[in-house]
Design a protein around this ligand. Structure first.
Ligand code: CIZ
Ligand code: SF4
Length: 354
């Protein structure tokens, strides 16, 4: 999308004035008008590590959503200030697991007599509170690239896993990658008494899946896979593991955003791809690889952008950079020290995974 030339100029001028003091991170799902100012792009975990590798940058401007800025604050030094250009850029999936709900869930597991067998594994896409809960109870964080390794580790520590907050990543990893059955998984619904589960169901389960999902990836359907195969003979269907189990089962390939980018880089000229992930990224990849004669389409035209990712636009970025350039620290995301301590413990367990 074409960006307002005045705003482009203002963003450029403010960024130049800040120099090495600012480092701009751009998540893969951000708009083109924002990505053009990113010093680095990546998924949430890569970006948090990139920020930590730039200790000279006093301001880390995180063009992404709230939980990502929290993770960056946890992994960066105390004198680095993480800034989110629009405080309303949350994540509906992360919001589906609150600290109160998860504490209540632990009480339910305790009452059922299973808590001492349960190891929490939380997806990166969760609040700092949930990461801290995970750290306190001996668990680890995972990304969509290392979920299988995280689960293998967890099943060495205990007999059961409580997987938060994305039921689809949890189920897909357990069933597709690790050979568990759908019956090994139960769904914990935080809006029902006892999660909607009996003590016996909890005792028999191996995977206790939190009832959360991504409002973007969760909307791809098996029909859209069938339709694209009919429309584009020979198409390779590649989807993110946040998609529903039946969509993942119908696809040819499944992987994280970084996996998707690498797969398309390695794809031969003349190949055709239908991609099931966020639209900003798919459009950018389609444009980038068109010159190499790779045909890349969005899996389902009825699925939209991630609306909260899209809240970060050029006007918000300009306001943020100009404020910082004037010495005005706006929209800082700061995790409190106690939460940070345990969230970091969970993140460090992930970094130590084999
Ligand atoms: O769905 C998302 O928001 C993803 C894949 C985020 C990330 O980068 O981990
Ligand atoms: Fe959250 Fe889904 Fe948006 Fe990612 S794409 S930020 S998981 S709502």
């Amino acid at each position: 999308s074409p960006s307002d030339p005045d705003l482009v100029e203002r963003a450029r001028a403010a960024k130049e004035k800040l120099g090495d003091k600012v480092f701009v991170l751009g998540h893969h799902y951000q708009r083109d008008e924002v990505i053009q100012f990113a010093d680095v792009t990546g998924d949430s975990f890569k970006l948090a590590r990139d920020a930590a590798a730039r200790p000279e940058a006093e301001y880390i401007v995180f063009c992404g959503v709230h939980f990502m800025a929290e993770s960056a604050d946890i992994l960066t030094g105390d004198d680095q200030k993480v800034v989110l250009p629009d405080l309303a850029a949350g994540c509906s999936m992360a919001d589906m697991a609150t600290a109160e709900q998860v504490a209540e869930c632990w009480d339910v597991l305790t009452d059922a007599g299973v808590a001492d067998q349960v190891v929490p594994v939380s997806y990166m896409n969760s609040s700092a509170d949930i990461k801290a809960f995970t750290g306190r109870h001996g668990g680890t964080i995972c990304t969509s690239s290392n979920a299988e390794r995280a689960l293998e580790w967890a099943f060495e520590q205990g007999e059961k896993v409580l997987f938060l907050p994305d039921q689809h990543l949890g189920r897909n990893t357990a069933v597709r990658d690790m050979g568990m059955s759908l019956e090994d998984c139960v769904l914990y619904n935080p809006h029902k008494p006892n999660g909607g589960l009996s003590a016996e169901e909890l005792r028999n389960a191996k995977m206790i899946l939190w009832r959360g999902h991504c409002s973007v990836h969760g909307r791809f359907s098996v029909e859209s896979v069938n339709d694209v195969r009919e429309r584009i003979p020979g198409v390779n269907v590649l989807v993110h593991p946040e998609c529903k189990h039946e969509v993942v089962a119908a696809a040819d390939h499944v992987g994280s955003t970084e996996y998707i980018i690498k797969a398309l880089e390695a794809a031969p000229a003349g190949s055709k791809w239908a991609i099931g992930t966020e639209l900003n990224l798919v459009r950018r990849l389609a444009n980038r690889f068109a010159a190499e004669d790779k045909e890349i389409v969005f899996l389902d035209k009825t699925v939209c952008f991630c609306s909260t990712m899209n809240r970060i636009d050029l006007p918000h970025l300009v306001w943020t950079l100009e404020s910082l350039a004037e010495g005005n620290l706006v929209n800082r995301i700061q995790v409190d020290p106690e939460t940070e301590k345990y969230a970091k413990l969970a993140l460090e367990r992930m970094l130590a995974l084999p």
